[in-house]
Structure formats: C-alpha cells, structure tokens
Design a protein around this ligand. Structure first.
Ligand SMILES: [Zn+2]
Length: 535
C-alpha cells in the first residue's frame, strides 16, 4: 500500500505593495530657489516617474516651509506682510517646480490652517506625555539656519551648517527630550543599515551626533511670532522643525486621536524622503524621534543628496554666483537642464555646474549621441523604405551583440535605480545610444542599400535601430519626459510601457514613421556664453 505523504504546501498569500510614497523636503520660502535647490525636486521627480513606469501607484509630495524668523525679517525688509511675502515666494517656488516638469501630486504650504491646527495638537500631545519640557535656553544660535548649537558642535567657532557667525542667546524655551528615544533610535539605525543613504553620511551622523550623546532640541521661540502658537503658553511659537517636519503627515490625513483619514494608511510611512545633506540630521534624528513619540512608523529611507556647486563654490547671494532654473530653461530648454542635473550630479559628492559644462554635455550627449542616432535612423528609413517599418529578417551575431548589450544595460539600470543612483542610470541609457551609433558603423546600411539582394538585411538593421531608439525612449521617460515623447512621436509608436521592452519586438510593422526633426540643436559655445554674459 502506498503511503500517503502529506505534502506541506504552504499557501502563500503574496500581497504586492504597489504603493510608493516619496516626499521632498519642503523648500524654505525665504527667497527664490536657485538651481542647486531645484536639483532636489528634479531628482525626486525622476524617481517618482521611474516608479510609475514600473507600475507603482506613486504619491509624490513637495511644498513650502513658510514660518520662522528669517522669513519674517525678509518680509519686513520687503515692506510686505509675512503672509503676502510667503504667498508670493511659495507661488514662485511652485512655478519653478512646474517649469522643470516636476510631476508632484501635492504641493503643501505650512501656513495652511489645517496643518497649523494639527501642529499645535502635536506639540500639546508631546508636552502632555513628557516628551517636551520647558527650560531656559542659553547657547549659540545661527539666525540664517535657525539652529542652536553647542560650543563643541561649532566648526572654527562658526555655524557647522553654513559657516556663518553664531550669536549667544538666552531665553525661555521648550525642548524635545531626545534622551527618551536616543537608544531606540540608535538601535533602529544599526538594525536598518539602509535607513540613511549614502552610508558615508550615515557614519557622519552616528559619529558626530548620536555617539557623543544627543542634545535636547529647542522647539519653541519667544523672540519672534511668525509661526504656529504654543496653545498653552502665550508668547511661545513652535520653532521651525516640529512645524516643518510634521508636514509629511498633516497633509495626508494624520489625526492626533488616531482617527486618520483613509489615505493616511496608504501614504505613510514614506518609502523615501529626498532631502539635502545639510538637513539630513533633522530627518534622521529629530523626525524619527517625533514619529516614535507619536507612535507612528518611520520612513523607510532617507536619501541625503549632495549640493550643486557653482564652479567650485557653494551658490550664495554674497558670492554673486547664483544661477536660477527658470533662466537656464529659457536659455537651453527643460530636458537639457534636467539631463545635466540628473546625469552629472554624483550620488554622494557635490556636483559642479558651469554654463560651459552644460553646453558641452548638451552637444555631446543630446546632439551628437541621441539626436544624431534618431536623425540618421529615421532618415535612412525614409530613404530606403519610404518611412515604413519592415518586419525584420534573420538575427545575426552583430544584432545579438546589440540586443544583449541593451538587455544587460537594462538589468544594470534596474540595480542602480534600486539604490537611487540616478546619474549612473542615465549614463547607462546613453551608453545604449552610443552602442547603437556603433552598430550603424558595423552594419553600414548605406553599403547594404547599394545591392537589392541585401534588402531584407537592410530592413533588419533599420528595424533594430528603430527598436533600440524606442527602448531608449521608454527608459529615458523618467529623466527626460519631453524628449521621450518627441522620440515616440517621430517613431509613431504608442508602445511606451516598461513591459514592452522585454522582447526586442516592440516596434509595430507596417506603420509609417513621422518625418525626422532634430531633437536638439547644436550650441555654439562662444556665442551662447556671450549671450549669457550680456543677459
Ligand atoms: Zn548656519
């Protein structure tokens, strides 16, 4: 008799979490953001678009941080009310985010009444449960950064974040008691090595701030009133960080009594916070501790991106080296500016911007490489086949070499995007265009065209080039969305999905291609630099 063996087949219910929640820092509404500030929204946008391409339901939030002394000072010196001042700046910031084609789902403003009411309640709750206490603050303050420092945190006696002079101050203030959660935070950071990226920055935070022992954070001020009032103590306003950081939950339906709106569970926790390296500390120490105190899950990852330098220096008004995104877009177009930011900014180290470098990059990548490939391919299609896409014949070794190269690049791109290494990914895509230009040299279509017996081979070569361009356009969509659309239009294809690039047969046969038009115009460097100098 056959023994009955009970096969233990586990019934696995796989719930694919297809939501992806991405938040940028909110931009400080003290002035017009320069191209370095604008980098963050472009970076986050590329990630959001990439995730959408992969099929995720993405929620992408950005906005403006509108309280604090510096804003109040700037409003005063502009002879404006605080509200009018932040209304104008917030609008200007949003205008620039739109100019660079940022596909955010929500743009938040911290002067929103609902947000302010919830910040007051958060402050009250933390006070009642003993996480916030009142004391006297005596210490060193950096006005532009609106941050307090201890003597030991200063670098050469100056602010460690901006390098400016600090002033000693003394005032009554409320403090967030970090010691209540310091051990939990340190344990969390150690157990989740992916939480803070890049790793070099994580080590900086752990060694410089956590290991020496966390200083309690000052969370109220009495010296200015442009902020959310502390409801139970007149004269105190909530000092920027509790107000600003709370935006990540207050605008998605968080409720202090746990009666969250339905979308809260969907949009929190954040899968990714994209923030500048200068405010990393606030996002990996104070923000997680606030969330622990509110009994909420922590964001899954905090990406601290580097700065974009103007030449070798940090952009600043005092140095007169500020470059604005809207000016650049006017001079060069949106995608060339996006391309520079996304392909040239390193993952961990600071990047460099100059007009010369931008022009070189446009001419080499966009004009010579991609633009030329599209133009040559379409021109040959029109010349040899009247612009009709012909079904390819036999695939040869030369073709397989191209196809394998593309497949391999795709795998590499996926890996790099998992790590949010954007510039590596963009450069891997441009390698594909480069490889296809080489394929033209290898296959010499103009030689094939001389002999009618090569007609099928010629059709195959042209098909492979068209399909390579289509795959490149699918891949480039998150980074250069307008350019991708222009390529799709010229190829007359609607096959734009990520799934469509798996089998190298995504170009439909027997369709007619559109007339080739240059994607980008070559820039005369000297002429353009003169134009910029005179503008
Ligand atoms: Zn400073």
């Amino acid at each position: 008799m056959k023994e009955l063996v009970a096969l233990a087949v586990p019934v696995k219910v796989i719930i694919m979490n297809k939501n992806f929640n991405i938040y940028t820092a909110i931009a400080y509404a003290s002035g017009k953001p320069h191209i370095g500030n604008t980098y963050e929204i472009v970076l986050a946008d590329a990630i959001a678009r990439y995730k959408r391409l992969l099929g995720y339901e993405v929620y992408f939030q950005t906005g403006t941080d509108e309280h604090g002394q510096k804003i109040s000072d700037n409003a005063l010196s502009n002879n404006q009310s605080n509200q009018k001042f932040v209304d104008d700046i917030s609008l200007e910031i949003r205008r620039i985010w739109d100019i660079v084609n940022a596909s955010y789902d929500k743009f938040v403003r911290t002067t929103n009444p609902g947000h302010k009411a919830m910040v007051s309640k958060i402050f009250e709750k933390l006070y009642k449960q003993g996480d916030i206490y009142k004391d006297v603050y005596e210490g060193l303050y950096c006005t532009p950064c609106e941050s307090f420092f201890t003597e030991s945190q200063l670098i050469d006696g100056k602010c460690p974040d901006c390098g400016r002079e600090v002033v000693s101050t003394k005032e009554e203030a409320y403090f967030l008691k970090l010691s209540n959660y310091a051990d939990r935070l340190e344990k969390y950071i150690n157990q989740n090595p992916e939480f803070i990226s890049p790793v070099s920055r994580k080590n900086e935070i752990v060694n410089n701030f956590i290991k020496p022992g966390l200083q309690d954070l000052c969370v109220s001020r009495t010296s200015f009133d442009w902020g959310v009032p502390v409801t139970f103590d007149e004269g105190h306003v909530v000092y920027v960080w509790i107000d600003a950081l709370s935006n990540y939950i207050t605008f998605i339906g968080y409720d202090i009594d746990g009666e969250h709106e339905p979308q809260f569970a969907k949009h929190w926790p954040a899968d990714l916070h994209v923030i500048g390296k200068d405010i990393l500390r606030f996002h990996v120490i104070y923000w997680p501790i606030m969330l622990m105190a509110l009994d909420l899950p922590l964001p899954k990852k905090i990406l601290g991106h580097p700065w974009l330098l103007s030449g070798e220096e940090k952009m600043s008004k005092s140095k007169g080296n500020i470059i604005y995104a809207d000016d650049l877009v006017k001079l060069f177009g949106v995608d060339p500016v996006r391309h520079y930011l996304l392909s040239q900014m390193p993952y961990a180290n600071d990047g460099i911007f100059t007009h010369e470098l931008l022009i070189d990059k446009i001419n080499s990548d966009l004009v010579n490489n991609l633009g030329n490939l599209l133009n040559r391919t379409l021109s040959m299609s029109h010349k040899y086949f009247d612009g009709i896409v012909i079904q390819p014949g036999e695939t040869t070794d030369i073709d397989y070499s191209l196809i394998n190269f593309i497949n391999n690049q795709k795998i590499q791109i996926e890996k790099k995007m998992e790590e949010y290494k954007i510039s590596d990914s963009v450069n891997l895509i441009f390698d594909i265009f480069n490889r296809a230009n080489k394929y033209i040299d290898e296959t010499t279509p103009w030689v094939l065209a001389k002999d009618d017996s090569n007609k099928e081979r010629l059709a195959t070569v042209i098909y492979n080039l068209l399909e390579t361009l289509r795959i490149g356009a699918v891949l480039i969509q998150p980074f250069l969305p307008d350019t991708a659309d222009k390529i799709f239009y010229q190829l007359n294809t609607k096959n734009k999905s990520y799934d469509s690039i798996n089998d190298f047969r995504g170009m439909d046969f027997d369709i007619k291609l559109n007339i080739p038009e240059p994607l980008f115009l070559r820039i005369d460097k000297q002429e353009k630099l003169e134009e910029i100098k005179n503008s």
